[in-house]
Write a protein that binds this ligand. Structure first.
Ligand SMILES: Cc1cc2nc3c(=O)[nH]c(=O)nc-3n(C[C@H](O)[C@H](O)[C@H](O)COP(=O)(O)OP(=O)(O)OC[C@H]3O[C@@H](n4cnc5c(N)ncnc54)[C@H](O)[C@@H]3O)c2cc1C
Length: 369
């Protein structure tokens, strides 16, 4: 542990900036997150009993789907200190990558249910589960595995949205247009020395970044920080094209007495918002979208099936959601193929009859004359 982690929470009420260290971080973040998510007075334990599924308690789900996170914060802000509000705002912006008025309350409640209805549950599950190899390597391995079964034939092409749009039903087109509001920036920073390994911070408004966490030590003993900032187009965000602005935003997050001596050795980021194939970071719903559109998005259109992490009714916007959605959709396809297995009997005008049996699920065609 670094010496920084043993310090008590420093209070910067005048700038509404909270430096938080390990145990304190869990306590403060957990407390305010709990207050925010306890919309039914029972931590959603009965009303959103199963983390997977926005189709339980339909009336309540539909009620909670309408407000934004800002609406919910306005309801509870009297119960929170200025520091609590600052930490909560930063926490929520890190989840949804935008300003609170753009983020749907249901998106946050879903994360609460996924975290086993406990204040720090979410941190305990996914944020401590690391893919050492990285996301791209996972994709490659899944793909190579599918190829090795000899059951996969594939073709890659890049359909243009204009070509697809006209072929989809109107409700699907509207649903697709209502998608994720998450435009967050994720920035990797190597800062000189090992001191920040056990340090973390959440701060609003910040100078473009609202949180930073020590992740690991690099081979040269620098601390690798992972930092997040909201939508570059909102007043709290920055674009990634100016290195000095990014560095200034990182330094602003550091403890004030350490800012002068901070040396940043490396900054790595990818602009997911400008990436035409990603068009933003992980999925986070706007208000009034989940109960209206999630099932529309997942509904097959003819023999076209739709799978995506963004449309998972479990880990929506997570890798686990992509796997879940892919498996569910594969099952849908198999069931449809089994339904399509038909037996047709055709009597020829003169002579024998033909029994034609096609089992698409097994790729078998039988013809008996
Ligand atoms: C910065 C960042 C950090 C994240 N951190 C985490 C995390 O810590 N944990 C976690 O679980 N999840 C995380 N996620 C979310 C997770 O990566 C995604 O939810 C998941 O990868 C989505 O999987 P998918 O298969 O649905 O879509 P994708 O992985 O986005 O796959 C869609 C594919 O389609 C391609 N494509 C798009 N348009 C076209 C087109 N027109 N023609 C052809 N190909 C096209 C894309 O290039 C892409 O390869 C993160 C995401 C980002 C961006």
């Amino acid at each position: 542990m670094s010496h920084l982690s043993t310090r008590l929470l420093s209070r910067h009420r005048e700038t509404a900036k909270a430096h938080i260290y390990t145990i304190q971080q869990a306590n403060i973040c957990g407390r305010v997150f709990h207050t925010f998510c306890n919309v039914d007075g029972n931590d959603l334990r009965q009303t959103w009993k199963y983390a997977f599924g926005t189709n339980q308690s339909p009336e309540l789900m539909s009620k909670w789907d309408k407000p934004s996170c800002q609406d919910r914060l306005d309801q509870i802000c009297d119960e929170l200190s200025a520091e609590g509000v600052s930490v909560l705002q930063a926490q929520l912006m890190q989840m949804g990558g935008n300003t609170l008025d753009k983020m749907g309350l249901v998106g946050v409640l879903r994360w609460w249910a996924l975290g086993s209805h406990t204040p720090t549950g979410l941190n305990g599950i996914p944020l401590h589960t690391r893919l050492r190899s990285g996301n791209s390597e996972l994709h490659r391995r899944i793909f190579e595995h599918a190829l090795s079964t000899d059951n996969l034939s594939y073709g890659f092409s890049a359909p243009r949205w204009e070509d697809v749009e006209g072929k989809l039903p109107a409700d699907k087109v509207v649903a697709l247009q209502q998608q994720s509001v998450n435009r967050c920036n994720k920035v990797h920073v190597d800062i000189n020395g090992p001191d920040y390994l056990s340090w973390g911070l959440m701060a609003t408004p910040g100078k473009g970044l609202i949180s930073a966490f020590g992740d690991h030590l690099t081979p040269v003993n620098d601390t690798h920080l992972v930092c997040f900032g909201p939508d570059p187009e909102c007043s709290a965000g920055i674009t990634l094209d100016n290195l000095d602005t990014v560095k200034a935003a990182v330094v602003h997050l550091l403890p004030e007495n350490k800012q002068g001596e901070a040396v940043i050795n490396r900054v790595v980021s990818h602009d997911w918002n400008k990436d035409e194939f990603a068009n933003g970071t992980w999925s986070f719903p706007p208000p009034n979208a989940t109960t209206k559109y999630l099932y529309v998005l997942r509904r097959p259109h003819g023999n076209v099936f739709f799978a995506s992490a963004d449309w998972s009714d479990g880990w929506c916007g997570w890798i686990d959601g992509a796997v879940q959605s892919g498996m569910q959709t594969a099952r849908q396809v198999i069931l449809e193929q089994q339904k399509a297995a038909v037996v047709k009997k055709k009597v020829l005008p003169k002579g024998p009859s033909i029994n034609l049996s096609i089992d698409l699920s097994k790729g078998i065609v039988r013809c008996v004359i």
